[in-house]
Design a protein around this ligand. Structure first.
Ligand code: ADP
Length: 408
């Protein structure tokens, strides 16, 4: 629901304030002049759109609901930042506040070091790609792409030049006279992308832009968007709940949970050094194994870690984390486990094992000779163990010592 704005225009759409629960997206009047000539251009493709975005302790409260709670992060110029998290964690609200469609309850938003917290959307110089694409069915591809330029009264010559450049870039030149209904899902997505790019704004916002596409097309478009963003050095904020999208596209990932940022880092940082058990569980398929170090069960689990027994003092009563691909299986050394399930996935197999009350998954290459009901051994290198304290926060590796009680 878009509240707190009167009437705003983004490329190709006008969002009108209303009492209804959802935004009303209205087509603007049909343009009077049609574009006739489309020229393929191979001129310099780099658009003059580099900038940076910064959020400082931004909050949005809807009554008692803290949709976003003191979120702070910065987007380096020309970087792709993904806002990731489960449904309802505050991703769209954050994006809408950056766009100016929702006003923050507290905090500041800066674009290019200019405070735009209270600025109207049109003054922010952002473009936005929606999940639904928001294409006008009655306009052809060319008219859809240049719509925002027409609204902003950009000269016809400039419009034609920019259209040719964008169409060429996106491989849309042969389709400019088609209506959206005559395009595939991927082509429609490209038109929506073209409409954002042609605006040449410093910041481009994307709200789950691939969620309407099938798995294969999503994978292709992920690469396409990333290549385009890198080539044009666009500063992009990209919302998704799909961690594969985040990991494969982002320079930085901002992982949200219940309105708060759990971790802000590179994909590798989130994967290799998760700040807490939420991040460890959210990133990775299957996720990191998290094994509670409770009295009695902890010793057996810790025994899987190779080398002399060591446990960070802060972790007694905490959690041990180990990624499935770091577990070696069947060496008659480490933790004795029962095999609960074996899933053959082609390139590898997932073996689910039980130790005491805990379950953990190991990923092994190719086929696995084990079957449900077998017993075997698991172990993992010392460096593969991640320790979390009893509040769920990761404990740095250098603070290790070995309380004997846990290893008895
Ligand atoms: P996400 O995009 O991560 O799925 P949202 O940003 O849409 O999450 O929503 C975050 C939280 O804020 C949710 O609990 C949602 O119900 C609530 N919320 C979002 N918009 C409104 C609104 N207009 N009024 C009341 N609550 C809202």
């Amino acid at each position: 629901m878009y509240q707190g704005v009167s009437s705003v225009s983004l490329p190709g759409v006008r969002i009108v304030r209303g009492a209804c629960a959802a935004a009303r997206v209205l087509p603007l009047p049909r343009p009077l002049v049609r574009i006739r000539h489309y020229v393929d251009a191979s001129a310099d493709e780099r658009f003059p759109c580099v900038s940076a975005l910064r959020l400082e302790r931004v909050s949005k409260h809807w009554g008692a609901t803290k949709a976003v709670d003191e979120a702070s992060f910065a987007t380096p110029s020309g970087a792709l930042v993904v806002l990731l998290g489960p449904s309802g964690c505050g991703k769209s609200t954050t994006l809408r506040m950056i766009a100016g469609l929702d006003a923050p309850s507290a905090g500041r938003i800066l674009i290019d070091e200019r405070d735009v917290t209270r600025a109207a959307p049109a003054e922010r110089r952002i473009s936005m790609v929606f999940q639904s694409y928001a294409l006008f069915p009655h306009l052809d591809v060319a008219e859809n792409i240049v719509f925002g330029l027409r609204v902003r009264k950009v000269s016809p010559a400039e419009r034609d030049t920019r259209l040719a450049k964008v169409a060429h870039l996106l491989g849309l030149s042969p389709y400019l006279a088609r209506k959206p209904s005559q395009l595939s899902g991927g082509q429609q997505q490209r038109v929506a992308l073209g409409r954002a790019i042609i605006a040449e704004t410093p910041v481009c916002l994307m709200d789950e832009p691939l969620s309407n596409l099938d798995a294969q097309l999503r994978a292709e478009m992920r690469q396409e968007i990333r290549a385009l963003q890198t080539r044009l050095r666009i500063t992009m904020v990209y919302v998704t709940h799909d961690q594969v999208e985040a990991m494969s596209m982002a320079d930085r990932v901002v992982l949200l949970n219940k309105g708060r940022i759990e971790q802000d880092g590179t994909p590798a940082e989130l994967y290799e050094t998760p700040a807490n058990v939420f991040v460890a569980r959210f990133i990775g398929t299957p996720p990191m194994n998290l094994l509670p170090l409770v009295a009695g069960g902890g010793g057996a689990i810790v025994a899987g870690t190779e080398g002399p027994p060591m446990l960070p003092a802060a972790c007694a009563g905490g959690t041990l984390g180990v990624r499935p691909e770091h577990i070696a299986i069947g060496f008659e050394d480490g933790v004795r486990v029962g095999v609960a399930n074996v899933e053959y996935l082609g390139a590898d197999s997932l073996v689910t094992c039980t130790v005491g009350d805990a379950q953990l998954q190991a990923r092994v290459a190719g086929r696995c000779a084990l079957a449900r009901g077998d017993t075997t051994w698991l172990k993992w290198p010392r460096g593969a163990a991640t320790w979390f304290d009893d509040t769920g926060r990761r404990v740095a590796h250098d603070s290790t010592e070995a309380p004997a009680t846990m290893l008895a």
